[in-house]
Design a protein around this ligand. Structure first.
Ligand code: ARG
Ligand code: ASP
Length: 714
């Protein structure tokens, strides 16, 4: 009886768990929404039809979503082109406009009238006009061009040529504001062309101070529960006819085909949400061998090397506020991918991704055997062989990259070849230009030689310990006294000072320049890097070919419509629910954070958790307007089971009616392994609750005119 019950329970769990394993997975392509997911989404609560979501140019959801500056996503929230994205996506623009006296990063920004909105040369956003499957055309083109080199047909550059030819033939003359992105999907088994309109008059309208926009900074980065208001506001302008146009003071606010209504009533746990945006890159077709490679080489080297650098930097930063300011952003950049790698390896081990992929390969082997498709089995074998053959070279490339190129500042010094050296020697203008534009922008006010000295000593020690002697760059071979080596490097180099460098160019000869310790280190490291990278690249062509075959096998076995193509910076949708999770035994994280947590984290001695008096005042007076929860608490961030990755930042998160409930800005570190395999129980998109956006605009920035512009639905 007992065993019978157990079997029943096991069967039941299996039945209940199997579908939910797949639930919410996927970064899906919009043209196949109807075939693939709309029914399930509607069963989960969605009230929109496929046409209301994807019907470009006809006033559907897609018309309110933009690719922001090539790397993020944004969405329109008014009939006058008001655009919402993340603070960390608009960071460069906010910083560009900041000065010591008008420090918008520190204090926030708000343009009281449209006239005050700030243009941003170089910033572009694009809207999808059409997405076309051009696989047959591309294959015919490649055949005619006798091109079967994956290095070409997988490259966006090469494909641009093909896209232009397709456009000319099928659409005619291309207006300047139309941009074409022809991308390979499923490793080149499919080619899809995105045709977009590009808008380049995009002005900054409002931004919270960093103490709100990136509250918790690096410590909270990739962490749930989160408490930051990671948003900022832009506006798109067009010419008088509504066409995309270069910046012009006479341009007018864009009148979009669709913009989101804002849901200020909030949602409950388990409510349906959908996200649309531009995820950058995933690897969910990895084989077992590639998972192990990622774990044991890529992630491990990154973690080990960055740890050494960060610990050394942090000790210096903690000891001296000036150093803290100099190195804060270098540190931040380093920790972002570091934490991601840790989360990735945690998931790979915890969920046994290697075993999962082996099972998938066993399934494909069976399918291939039964259907007489030996090429799929052969492809898997080849991948495994090549991963083994390239392992040593790959490790060397990662070591050089993470241990030296990204870590030791003098390795990146702008060094000269003989020809340039002689040009600079005889030409004062060129020399001044080099000193100002190359040397001084590299060794700038944020370069601190004493920090670099400590970091270099630590990195060279770690690098030499982790590298076989015969694989060291020439200049490091046989070095026993690292202290002496580094002191000589930094104190004796002509790069220690602009005037010393300049006089060495004027008075010295190339041979002695070339023997300078910094020049030697930089040149030797770069030469070795190029050499081993070339050795790894030697596998790329064949590797890409067999991966294409492998993925073809999976598509055939599973049915093409059941597998989503890896993210490749093209527009996708994902759907799921607002949901908390259990990060580890006996711990539960809810799906919604509130300002209680903002206050709990406050630490005036730590710049990451310093709050502005104004925000505290809003909190203390409970001046939450109509944005608070029923229990009186002010919502800040929410999390959902949706499948997102880097590039989804700024993406609209919408409810079952298509109204905006928040904007995506991060993932939890337990969920970053979802780039390789979706983690139903762990993976969460981290979203800024739109009510917090409204509160900050309304009560903190006094941006009533923006609130008035929006359609706010309760
Ligand atoms: N982890 C987020 C992403 O990958 C945010 C990164 C920016 N924030 C930071 N503290 N570095 O884009
Ligand atoms: N923080 C990421 C971004 O900026 C989002 C993520 O990786 O989940 O796109």
């Amino acid at each position: 009886m007992k065993t019978y019950k157990k079997i029943c329970a096991a069967l039941l769990t299996a039945l209940l768990c199997v579908p939910s394993l797949k639930a919410d997975e996927g970064m899906w392509l919009l043209p196949y929404l109807k075939q693939q997911n709309i029914k399930r989404m509607q069963e989960m609560g969605l009230t929109l039809s496929a046409e209301q979501i994807y019907n470009p140019g006809q006033g559907s959801v897609i018309d309110a979503v933009v690719h922001f500056d090539g790397g993020c996503t944004g969405e329109l929230i008014s009939s006058q082109g008001l655009l919402l994205t993340n603070h960390h996506c608009g960071y460069d623009q906010i910083r560009e406009h900041s000065t010591v006296t008008n420090n918008f990063l520190r204090d926030g920004f708000y343009a009281p009238t449209m006239k005050d909105e700030l243009p941003n040369p170089g910033l572009v956003v694009t809207f999808i006009d059409e997405i076309v499957d051009v696989t047959d055309y591309v294959n015919a083109y490649l055949k005619k061009a006798k091109c079967n080199d994956p290095m070409e047909y997988l490259s966006r550059d090469y494909l641009t040529k093909v896209a232009n030819a397709w456009y000319k033939k099928n659409r005619g003359k291309k207006p300047g504001y139309i941009v074409l992105d022809l991308a390979p999907f499923y490793e080149g088994n499919k080619f899809i062309l995105s045709i977009s309109k590009e808008y380049s008059d995009v002005r900054l309208v409002a931004a919270p101070p960093s103490s709100i926009g990136s509250y918790g900074a690096d410590t909270d980065n990739w962490v749930w529960p989160r408490h930051s208001g990671d948003f900022c506001v832009f506006r798109i302008y067009t010419d008088k006819d509504g066409k995309p146009a270069k910046y012009d003071p006479n341009n007018v606010p864009m009148r979009p085909k669709f913009h989101f209504k804002v849901n200020s009533g909030g949602l409950n746990e388990d409510d349906f949400v959908m996200i649309m945006g531009y995820p950058g890159r995933t690897n969910h077709f990895y084989t077992a061998a590639e998972v192990a490679e990622r774990r044991d080489i890529d992630n491990t080297v990154r973690i080990d090397m960055r740890k050494v650098r960060q610990e050394t930097m942090l000790a210096e930063m903690r000891a001296d506020e000036a150093v803290n300011i100099q190195y804060a952003s270098k540190y931040a950049r380093s920790t972002n991918a570091y934490k991601n790698a840790i989360g990735s390896n945690w998931a790979i081990r915890k969920m046994d991704f290697e075993g999962m992929k082996k099972d998938q390969q066993a399934k494909l082997t069976k399918y291939a055997t039964e259907n007489n498709k030996p090429e799929y089995i052969e492809a898997m074998k080849k991948i495994e062989e090549m991963v083994a053959q390239r392992a040593d070279f790959r490790k060397q490339v990662w070591m050089i990259d993470e241990g030296l190129l990204r870590a030791v500042e003098s390795v990146g010094a702008p060094v000269l070849d003989e020809k340039t050296f002689n040009e600079l020697k005889s030409n004062a203008d060129k020399r001044t230009k080099f000193i100002n534009e190359k040397y001084l922008t590299y060794f700038n006010k944020d370069y601190n030689k004493e920090v670099d000295r400590k970091v270099t000593k630590a990195m060279l020690t770690a690098f030499i310990n982790g590298t076989a002697p015969e694989n060291l760059p020439a200049v490091l071979r046989g070095v026993k006294d690292i202290n002496g080596f580094v002191n000589n490097l930094l104190d004796k180099t002509i790069y220690r000072d602009a005037s010393v460098l300049e006089s060495a160019i004027i008075n010295g000869d190339y041979a002695s320049y070339d023997a300078d310790p910094v020049v030697r280190l930089s040149k030797d490291v770069h030469a070795l890097h190029a050499d081993v990278k070339g050795k790894v690249a030697g596998f790329d062509r064949e590797f890409a070919r067999v991966r294409k075959t492998y993925v073809k096998g999976i598509m055939e076995m599973e049915g093409e419509m059941n597998v989503w193509p890896d993210a490749n910076s093209t527009v996708r949708y994902t759907f799921g629910k607002l949901k908390g999770y259990i990060p580890r035994d006996n711990v539960y994280y809810g799906f919604q954070t509130t300002m209680e947590g903002v206050m709990e984290k406050e630490d005036p001695t730590n710049p990451e958790y310093t709050l502005s008096p104004k925000l505290k005042d809003i909190y203390n007076r409970k001046d939450f307007g109509s944005y608070a929860l029923a229990n009186g608490k002010m919502p800040v961030d929410i999390c959902a089971t949706t499948h997102t990755t880097g590039g989804n930042s700024g993406s609209p998160v919408i409810d079952k009616y298509g109204n905006l409930v928040g904007l995506n800005f991060d993932r939890n570190w337990e969920g970053v392994g979802g780039d390789i395999n979706y983690l139903a129980d762990y993976q969460r998109s981290i979203i800024c609750d739109v009510r917090y956006v409204l509160l900050i605009l309304d009560k903190y920035l006094g941006a009533q005119r923006l609130i008035d512009e929006m359609d706010i639905a309760k």
